[in-house]
Design a protein around this ligand. Structure first.
Ligand code: CUA
Length: 364
């Protein structure tokens, strides 16, 4: 196993740090650009959802992380106030006045009490920060997986999320459904994170911290959300052209609603005779090499599972709302919505395009 990580280790630390910052800056830079360009219905849809805010946690690990963040901010803010206050006082109190002579102020060297104070106080502060941080990391990392946990396997791809529920036989993409977890009787969701290509990072700020998805490795994280709702997330590790549009959503639902969703995902798709031609076009093009529609010849694994495509609100990993026109634009030329996307344009004529879109529209 060790040897497989060598290429990663060989990348120098400064290069990796630079890449990470590039990712952050690219994400931020992309925001206003995306807002100005055609947003495929996402702006209006997302404006109804809560802002992905790390300081508004609704899930157990996110609570612990934000408590720690506030503690660190309080300590560092106190240090800032003391240092800035002393500096301001010194600047004002000892500024050159009218009666100022050029006499040198008293020079203090080697004062043991002063040296002692400014060595010990920072050490104590750093020690407190290390202990509280280590405690939070430990409680988040070492949480046992209870038998009633929902297990989800998430595989990062350029630039979408493959989602499996191994115990439930459900496969979907980009939109993860989980039950609300009652703090008195928690039903957490454990996510096993893997990558099919490069490093990605799973980040839904209101639910938990970031965890990387790394090739040849399985990382695990968990969430125990207390409030139903739709929470927006985003890939948080720069992973190529469409990193900024590798979006995800987590739907936190009351248990009964979640069970209904699972049942609907487990159902076999009813194949409607009226779209037989569209299905035939779909199955006779390269679509089936990358996409699966359970119960048909389409069994590709490179792209998202389309068995219940219409049960998802978004297309293209959250780049567009899943509407009939967007679906058609997407099939005709995906790069219109997501430049650099790995899905090729199938060059279907208008008739076949309508037929394929009509077939996909029946995959509820
Ligand atoms: Cu995947 Cu960034």
């Amino acid at each position: 196993m060790e040897t497989k990580f060598q290429p990663f280790l060989r990348q120098s630390a400064p290069a990796r740090a630079l890449m990470r910052w590039f990712g952050v800056i690219a994400t931020l830079a992309a925001l206003p650009g995306r807002a100005l360009a055609e947003d495929w219905g996402m702006g209006a849809a997302n404006s109804k959802l809560s802002v992905p805010d790390v300081f508004a946690p609704v899930s157990t690990p996110a609570h612990q992380i934000s408590t720690l963040a506030w503690f660190v901010i309080a300590i560092t803010a106190a240090i800032f106030v003391v240092v800035a206050g002393l500096l301001t006082y010194a600047i004002v109190r000892f500024r050159a006045g009218p009666g100022h002579d050029d006499r040198e102020p008293p020079q203090v060297y080697g004062s043991n009490p002063i040296e002692f104070a400014w060595t010990v106080v920072p050490i104590l502060i750093v020690f407190v920060l290390i202990l509280t941080t280590a405690r939070t990391i430990y409680t988040v990392q070492a949480a046992p997986r209870p038998p009633n946990a929902i297990n989800v396997r998430v595989i990062g791809h350029q630039w979408w999320w493959e989602v499996h529920y191994p115990d439930l036989g459900v496969v979907t993409a980009n939109e993860i459904h989980v039950p609300v977890s009652d703090p008195k009787n928690p039903t957490p969701t454990f996510l096993d994170l893997e990558s099919a290509d490069v490093a990605h990072s799973f980040w839904v700020p209101r639910l938990a911290g970031k965890t990387d998805l790394i090739p040849n490795r399985k990382n695990t994280m968990w969430i125990a959300p207390h409030e139903p709702g739709t929470y927006l997330g985003q890939c948080a590790e720069f992973c190529g052209t469409e990193h900024a549009l590798m979006l995800l959503r987590v739907y936190v639902q009351p248990r009964a609603e979640f069970d209904d969703w699972v049942a609907s995902q487990q159902r076999q798709v009813a194949l409607e005779p009226s779209v037989a031609h569209g299905r035939q076009v779909f199955e006779s093009t390269a679509c089936v090499n990358c996409h699966t529609v359970r119960g048909t010849v389409a069994d590709g694994r490179f792209g998202p599972d389309l068995t219940h495509l219409m049960s998802r609100e978004t297309l293209a990993a959250g780049a567009a709302m899943n509407t009939p026109e967007h679906l058609k634009i997407w099939i005709k030329d995906p790069s219109v919505i997501k430049p650099g996307v790995l899905m090729p344009a199938m060059n279907l004529d208008d008739q076949d395009l309508d037929a394929v879109a009509g077939y996909l529209a029946t995959l509820h």
